[in-house]
Design a protein around this ligand. Structure first.
Ligand code: UDP
Ligand code: MG
Length: 206
């Protein structure tokens, strides 16, 4: 009976949503040309899902820098992004290789602080993460605060946990394009997880 209902629902919804690509193994890749009405999908278990909505799948790279890891701030930083309503889709602890750091900071390589910056970033492990959600790039920059902690407002991560620009605890991508480049640099595609967040409809009107 349950199987019959699922198959009926599946047929109905697929019929209504003829503009959407046929269901495949990866249910989360909704084409950009799907209309707002066609974003609701049925997953491979026959469950109704609204997890992938155009415009809320923006992603950014966040990294807890070596000082943040040493000071055991990882948990509190992760908590801030979770509580804000963003979705964690990738996370790893690593000792960053020099080639990754030099590509990551390529636009700063002529700055006087560049050698110290690379030394700092390779002085211990970092926790690299990819977070997803509506306007996540802009919002996470606001959550992180000014580059210089002396200018960062209380309530921001840098404003709460750091005092000097040379040890400012966290990195956040500064543009959508920059985020895409940085995510590709730090993560292999297979390290990122597409998953349905059960409180999605509490965070977004769909
Ligand atoms: N930085 C520094 N001294 C400076 C400016 C920047 O040590 O005078 C470091 C700091 O760790 C900063 C990083 O270089 O986070 C990258 O600088 P950027 O201007 O991109 O700032 P962010 O995007 O991290 O706020
Ligand atoms: Mg920057």
């Amino acid at each position: 009976m349950v199987l019959f209902q699922r198959s009926l629902i599946r047929s109905l919804v697929q019929g209504q949503l003829s503009l959407c690509a046929p269901l495949s193994g990866n249910e989360s890749s909704v084409p950009a040309w799907c209309s707002a009405r066609s974003r609701h999908r049925i997953d491979r278990h026959g469950c109704y899902t609204t997890s992938v909505i155009a415009g809320v799948s923006e992603r950014t790279l966040i990294a807890v820098k070596p000082d943040g890891v040493q000071r055991r701030l990882v948990g509190q930083i992760v908590q801030r992004f979770e509580q804000r309503g963003f979705k964690l889709v990738g996370m790893k602890l690593l000792q960053a290789r020099e080639d990754i750091l030099s590509q990551h900071y390529h636009d700063l390589h002529k700055k006087p602080f560049y050698p110290n910056l690379l030394r700092y970033m390779s002085s211990g492990p970092v926790v690299a993460m990819v977070w997803e959600g509506h306007n996540v790039v802009r919002t996470s920059r606001l959550m992180v605060g000014n580059t210089n902690p002396a200018e960062a407002y209380p309530g921001t991560i840098r404003g709460d946990y750091s005092v000097h620009i040379s040890r400012n605890v966290i990195h956040a991508s500064d543009s959508v394009e920059g985020a895409q480049r940085e995510i590709q640099l730090w993560f292999d595609r297979r390290e990122l997880v597409d998953w349905d967040c059960c409180d999605h409809s509490s965070s977004y009107q769909v």
